[in-house]
Design a protein around this ligand. Structure first.
Ligand SMILES: Nc1ncnc2c1ncn2[C@@H]1O[C@H](COP(=O)(O)OP(=O)(O)O)[C@@H](O)[C@H]1O
Ligand SMILES: Cc1ncc(COP(=O)(O)OP(=O)(O)O)c(N)n1
Length: 310
């Protein structure tokens, strides 16, 4: 008997709204056992980032190895990596030991809501070339999507442009893309999920066109009117990883399999929908919070723990 296991590889937010703190809360809320490997120590709060102190890539690697040598990981969420060195280290470990990471959800964290940089610019090539093709799902926001496509000034301005960019991002090699539209000013918060039917890990290599036509699905929710949006991307990607871990664990029980397996396309779409619903509810349930001493200056967190599933 064991619970679903989800691992995060991400940076810290000592104020508790984003980073590994948000990830562990979201994992717990959706019913997965959470473990965390730290990549970076930003000193930040709801108003911004004061300083960033990176964790050496060898230490990131030994943390990950300590977890995967011991625990069966059903799903992995990757968030802030900070430097090119850490990006390459994580990519190399996943390549060597792919079966120990389960379903991989990559949130390509680059810039905080406050505008502070969380990834050095020289890391873009490693992120795009080494890590993206290893992910089951990538979850860029609109500026991150444009930067990954090498056109940082061409941020999508409409749902139609998001659909085009989601397909272009899929051609960079991940199995699926969830392009998040939180930064758009539409009444609904629309995200685009792009998948390739029948895609299997290793079926395409980075930069190649997928062999089948992508399927695009709109995941839409009413926009919650609140300043408390700090950590929405972290919370969404970790909730998706948590739901993926639950599905993988259920699949193991049903098939009597001894090791976690990457979830199939239908389950991945279901995890993305469940993650989006979870986040929308966490936003609604924290919308009135005035947690900071200066609630009108920064962006407060969502209420990660308002829904605890058993
Ligand atoms: N005010 C809001 N109401 C409802 N959903 C939102 C709101 N703001 C963002 N979202 C959703 O939160 C998730 C994260 O979105 P986004 O803000 O684009 O990413 P990030 O936090 O990485 O910048 C997406 O699913 C997006 O649609
Ligand atoms: C350590 C750390 N990781 C990621 C972020 C960015 O969080 P995200 O959920 O993408 O969104 P915002 O907080 O920028 O809305 C962070 N601040 N710190």
């Amino acid at each position: 008997m064991r619970p679903p296991v989800a691992m995060t590889i991400a940076g810290s937010d000592p104020s508790g709204g984003a980073g590994i703190q948000a990830d562990l809360k979201a994992f717990s809320a959706v019913g997965a056992y959470g473990c965390a490997c730290l990549t970076s120590l930003p000193s930040q709060n709801t108003r911004g980032v004061r300083d960033v102190h990176g964790v050496p890539s060898e230490v990131v690697a030994t943390q990950i190895e300590s977890v995967i040598d011991d625990l069966p990981v059903d799903a992995t969420k990757i968030g802030m990596l900070g430097t090119a060195d850490v990006v390459r280290t994580v990519a190399a470990l996943i390549s060597e030991r792919r079966e120990h990471f389960g379903t991989v959800v990559l949130d390509p964290v680059m810039v905080a809501t406050s505008g502070d940089p969380l990834l050095s610019e020289d890391a873009d090539a490693a992120l795009r070339g080494d890590l993206l093709p290893l992910a089951d799902l990538i979850t860029p926001n609109l500026p991150e999507g444009a930067r990954l496509l090498g056109r940082p000034d061409r941020v999508a301005q409409s749902v139609e442009e998001m659909r085009t960019q989601a397909k272009e991002l899929l051609a960079l090699g991940p199995r699926a893309v969830l392009l998040k539209g939180g930064h758009m000013r539409t009444g609904e918060a629309v995200d685009i999920l792009a998948t390739v039917p029948g895609w299997a890990p290793g079926a395409t290599s980075s930069g190649n066109e997928p062999e089948a036509d992508p399927v695009l699905v709109e995941l839409s929710s009413p926009r919650v009117r609140t300043r408390n949006t700090h950590g929405t991307g972290c919370t969404l990607s970790s909730a998706i990883a948590g739901f993926a871990a639950r599905d993988s664990r259920q699949e193991m029980r049903d098939s009597d399999s001894a090791e976690p397996r990457v979830i199939d396309d239908d389950a991945l779409e279901a995890a993305a929908r469940d993650g989006k619903n979870f986040l929308t509810r966490a936003l609604k349930d924290g919308a009135e919070w005035r947690l900071s001493r200066y609630p009108d200056q920064g962006h407060g967190p969502v209420n990660h723990l308002s829904q605890v599933l058993r």
